[in-house]
Design a protein around this ligand. Structure first.
Ligand code: KG4
Ligand code: ZN
Length: 343
């Protein structure tokens, strides 16, 4: 079974063909082609929706054809076509969804609608034996959620950010410091140069709160005020380090609460860290330690599967097709605010 997946929800136009042989548990990527729009949005300090949708529509035909060529197969060998239909920027969602629907109709094969967050959460199962139910922290540029994944289509949100997503906080801090988007990898590198000499006493929002929700906007404002007063190069490294430590402490604190609150503790064996921010090695290390303490198996996808990609969409479609052979409704419209607990 071969699925062609398309991802166009934000600033990456991506197509991927994932094969899963019958009776096999895991999938194999035959080819993935991704065009990042980062350079187009850089000068605006963030993703410009109208520009993004124009870029998607310029690139989609080329990347789908290239993906087929790289995997050395023809369109007729594809068994289903999948696309991200939400959440995300409406213009981009329309481009990918309509393209996948058109391919499905013309080839008389199913069209599978995939939630972008479902893709991030399920992709580790493409090559690792991670059974449901499992616990997951999804941290990206647009989302920050602690999830209980009960099945391929059943997710409970245990806690989430009340304002900024983690990646968004990284991006904004980097921008105030004068760096380009995306800021996550830049802050991670700056923090590595810190010698911890300067302390800023940054706030740890909601850390004493008993809920599993998070908040990062107060932290972001505190960092902005410090930068606006003027800081030296060494202070900048120390600030990046303290910022990252506070983010991590808040995330760990809430995931720890979530683990302790689980009713079916013994049933849950794995913890997954996923989404663009999961490529951060410092955060990965901290969660690995937490999982060791809690007796959970820790897993985070390889870097290129953490940030947005079409492989996770094609894989999620395989998971859907394993359970339901039918096409999604061809008249469905993309949902820019589609929640994972409303599949
Ligand atoms: O999952 P993703 O590619 O797109 C969304 O669905 O939002 O995540 C992109 C986000 C950006 O905010 C970026 O700054 C952040 O992931 N990111 C990182 C790192 N690499 C990417 N944040 C922290 N550390 C990193 N190494
Ligand atoms: Zn994403």
């Amino acid at each position: 079974m071969k699925v062609l997946g398309i991802e166009t929800s934000c600033d990456e136009t991506s197509a991927s063909i994932v094969e899963k042989r019958s009776g096999r548990k895991f999938g194999k990527v035959l080819s993935e082609v991704t065009i990042s729009q980062i350079n187009k949005h850089k000068k605006f300090g963030g993703v410009v929706p109208e520009l993004a949708s124009r870029e998607h529509s310029n690139n989609i035909d080329f990347i789908v054809k290239k993906t087929l060529k790289n995997s050395n197969i023809t369109l007729s060998k594809i068994d289903a076509f999948a696309a991200t239909t939400g959440p995300g920027l409406l213009g981009g969602l329309l481009v990918g969804t309509n393209y996948a629907k058109a391919l499905a109709i013309s080839c008389n094969k199913p069209f599978i609608s995939i939630n972008h967050l479902q893709g991030h959460v399920l992709v580790p199962r493409m090559n690792k034996a991670i059974d449901f139910p499992f616990l997951c922290l999804l941290v990206s540029g647009g989302h920050c959620q602690i999830l209980l994944a009960k099945d391929y289509n059943k997710f409970t949100v245990l806690g989430e950010t009340l304002d900024d997503a983690v990646g968004e906080a990284y991006d904004k801090i980097a921008k105030i410091l004068g760096y380009d988007y995306p800021g996550g990898p830049i802050i991670e590198k700056l923090a590595l140069k810190s010698n911890g000499k300067h302390k800023f006493n940054l706030p740890k929002p909601l850390i004493k709160d008993k809920s599993k929700n998070l908040s990062f906007s107060g932290l972001k404002t505190a960092v902005r005020r410090i930068i606006e007063k003027g800081i030296s190069k060494e202070q900048k490294f120390d600030l990046a380090d303290e910022f990252q430590n506070v983010i991590c402490e808040c995330l760990i604190n809430k995931v720890d609460l979530a683990i302790n609150s689980l009713k079916n503790k013994t049933e849950i064996k794995s913890f997954i860290l996923t989404g663009g921010v999961a490529s951060n090695l410092f955060i990965r290390k901290k969660f690995k330690l937490l999982c060791r303490k809690k007796g959970l198996f820790f897993f985070a996808p390889e870097k290129k599967l953490c940030t947005d990609n079409a492989t996770m969409i094609a894989w999620a479609a395989h998971e859907v097709l394993n359970n339901r052979k039918k096409s999604s409704n061809l008249s469905l419209s993309p949902k820019p605010r589609w929640r994972l607990d409303a599949l």
